[in-house]
Design a protein around this ligand. Structure first.
Ligand SMILES: [Fe+2]
Ligand SMILES: [Fe+2]
Length: 279
């Protein structure tokens, strides 16, 4: 049994109890231990919502970061104030690369604001571009290098390369795969590598059906044809049945409406405060 609690999202399921901010974090309870997947933007929302859900973040056994962006790593400092010393932290090898948003000629730093040397004193770093088991039955996708389908891209995202600014290749982007009895659960942070590319990676790693997709899927910038293509793939391509979708963060309202039209009751919002259980 896996229990997922959405601790941070752009929206709240109950504005009295739960705060919202642009960002994402999930607590994932597994038979082998407790995982925190991303930390949201401020740390304040993460800690507040965890307290409201009576979830003790001191008991987290493993931290996984989906990618470097501030809305997923900004709460790291606050979380590390209460986490166990030497906590295992899993992420991609490029987690510490500087990342920027460039708008109107102005570059704004949007990556992780903690140095690797500082972080290495507080956690046990497990940085890898390869799929990695973080607890029994829980894997990172690793870096998704095969990107034959659309990516989850923002036109403003850049890295600084030797010869100047370069569009961020999002090499650091990874998702989590939970091996539930009923099938695989894919948990996405921002899915910059692209939802269909990420699903293809999960299928390469496991010969099992994907029964649910949870989290931010970055479908907001897709045109109608690409969205229709995504729906066709979700229905048919090596997935025996279309998966349940619990979507939030960067998925985009238009994409949500189109997916709901296509998949009906299989599509759910997943605001802060949501609890999902998978056998
Ligand atoms: Fe992102
Ligand atoms: Fe994000």
């Amino acid at each position: 049994m896996f229990t997922l609690r959405c601790l941070v999202d752009n929206h709240s399921s109950d504005v009295i109890r739960y705060q919202a901010e642009h960002g994402l974090a999930f607590a994932i309870e597994t038979p082998a231990g407790q995982i925190l997947f991303d930390t949201g933007q401020s740390g304040k929302v993460l800690l507040h919502n965890a307290a409201q859900m009576e979830l003790d973040l001191c008991q987290v056994d493993v931290l996984v970061l989906s990618h470097a962006h501030y809305d997923h790593t900004g709460g790291l400092d606050a979380f590390l104030q209460i986490s166990q010393p030497g906590l295992p932290l899993y992420a991609h090898t490029e987690l510490f690369r500087e990342r920027y948003a460039i708008k109107d000629g102005q570059a704004r730093s949007i990556g992780l604001h903690l140095a690797q040397t500082d972080l290495a004193q507080r956690v046990t770093l497990h940085l890898s571009a390869k799929p990695t088991q973080v607890l029994p039955g829980v894997w990172t996708t690793g870096e998704i290098t095969q990107r034959t389908e659309f990516e989850g891209r923002s036109a403003h995202h850049y890295i600084r390369a030797e010869n100047g600014w370069q569009l961020d290749p999002y090499r650091d982007d990874l998702s989590l795969i939970l091996e539930a009895q009923a099938g695989l659960i894919l948990v996405c942070g921002c899915c910059h590598a692209g939802l269909l590319n990420t699903l293809a990676q999960a299928r390469r790693m496991f010969d099992k059906e994907i029964t649910a997709i949870v989290g931010g899927t970055h479908l907001a910038s897709l045109d109608a044809n690409t969205l229709a293509h995504a729906i066709t793939i979700l229905r048919t391509n090596n997935i025996a049945r279309s998966p349940y979708l619990y979507l939030n963060h960067c998925t985009g309202e238009h994409a949500l409406a189109v997916l709901t039209h296509a998949f009906g009751e299989k599509v759910h919002l997943c605001p802060a405060g949501t609890v999902l259980r998978f056998d």
